[in-house]
Design a protein around this ligand. Structure first.
Ligand SMILES: Cc1cc2nc3c(=O)[nH]c(=O)nc-3n(C[C@H](O)[C@H](O)[C@H](O)COP(=O)(O)OP(=O)(O)OC[C@H]3O[C@@H](n4cnc5c(N)ncnc54)[C@H](O)[C@@H]3O)c2cc1C
Length: 325
């Protein structure tokens, strides 16, 4: 059997956008290899998320929600997820390559004696096996990987790479997963997740990102990027130089040592295009660069380039967009 388990990550009691993308990936495998697709939600909001996803083609949706699981803990969640993998005999487990996914699934893989593929961007089937695609060397090369044996294979997929699934109207069976996790057995727990001010979308899931570099000169100047991002419903990002200079918090850093993003539109303002920055955003569908140096390396990667002073161009762009949006 090639049963698949989709882990639906919750944030603030709601399923993250990646959940629907994982369902599309699961459909691809099940479409070729057969087997049933089950879902799992753990934590606050798990029961209502299970209800919400009833019509997405799952056979069963497991949920675990109690005081010990309300907030994320590696130990507690790893126990519940591995219990469900073992009880369902899932061959493939699909999860988001998110902060939680990166922390949780290596431990789950160890618990179920499974195989872990991190940071994947695509999944397909060939010769009866799922083949995952993932970038290496900071995104310069892609490799395809598959597992040789029948152990559970966990594939962590980066957000924004696979189109989201649409509801299919089939009713899943909702199953409450009993958990023997207690607060006393958990050594470290996330007490609170504090969202970034501004209520903007998560950088890794955003469709549009407006990023600023060293050229921003001051934290207060980021407000021109925020204005543009808010108009477009996007997120604000930053280069490491901007973060190291104290203009933006580290949570906004895009790049090799920051977040890996894959939006539909990435607007780089006053960012030179260093290899470490490109490593975090080079797969963006459309890249627009605003830079006063016509020889800046970012223009080699940009689909559209504006040579000019960002302090003139960005407010102008915002004004013009206001007229049409
Ligand atoms: C191990 C390692 C990891 C790293 N990880 C990351 C990472 O995750 N993310 C990251 O971003 N960097 C990372 N870096 C740093 C990276 O090498 C670069 O130093 C950094 O990306 C440069 O940031 P920047 O483009 O904002 O600054 P700069 O390279 O200084 O570029 C500023 C740009 O702004 C332009 N400019 C200046 N004024 C204006 C204006 N008024 N209007 C328009 N344009 C203007 C300039 O022409 C220039 O191109 C890493 C480095 C190392 C060694």
């Amino acid at each position: 059997m090639t049963d698949i388990l989709v882990f639906g990550e919750l944030r603030g009691g709601k399923a993250k956008k990646i959940t629907k993308e994982l369902i599309t990936a699961a459909d691809r495998i099940a479409g070729e290899l057969g087997g049933e697709i089950n879902g799992l939600f753990v934590g606050e909001g798990a029961a209502s998320a299970a209800e919400e996803f009833k019509g997405y083609g799952f056979k069963r949706i497991f949920y675990a929600e109690d005081d010990a699981l309300k907030n994320y803990s590696t130990e507690g969640y790893a126990k519940v997820v591995s219990d469900v993998i073992k009880s369902t005999g899932a061959r493939y487990v699909l999860a988001g390559a998110t902060a939680m996914g990166r922390d949780l699934f290596p431990r789950v893989a160890a618990r179920v004696d499974g195989v872990m593929f991190s940071d994947c961007v695509d999944l397909r089937v060939e010769d009866g096996r799922a083949i995952a695609k993932r970038p290496v060397y900071s995104g310069k090369v892609f490799i395809e990987i598959t597992s040789k044996d029948e152990r559970p294979t966990i594939v962590a997929i980066r957000p924004n790479n696979i189109p989201p699934a649409e509801p299919k109207g089939d009713g899943a069976e909702i199953v409450k997963q009993d958990s023997d996790v207690t607060i006393d057995t958990i050594r470290a727990i996330a007490k609170e997740i504090v969202p970034l001010a501004g209520g903007r979308p998560d950088l890794t899931e955003a469709d549009i990102i407006v990023s600023g570099g060293r050229a921003m000169k001051d934290a207060s100047n980021f407000k021109i990027l925020e204005e543009l991002a808010d108009l477009l419903g996007g997120a604000v990002g930053a280069s490491r130089a901007a973060v190291d200079s104290g203009y933006a918090p580290h949570a906004l850093q895009v790049g090799q040592t920051g977040k890996i993003v894959n939006p539909k539109l990435y607007i780089a303002c006053g960012i030179s295009g260093a290899i470490q920055h490109l490593a975090g955003m080079r797969t963006s569908k459309v890249i627009v660069a605003i830079n006063k140096d016509p020889n800046a390396p970012i223009f080699e990667k940009a689909h559209y380039g504006i040579v000019g002073d960002l302090f003139e161009v960005v407010p102008l762009l915002t004004e013009e967009l206001k007229k049409i949006l």
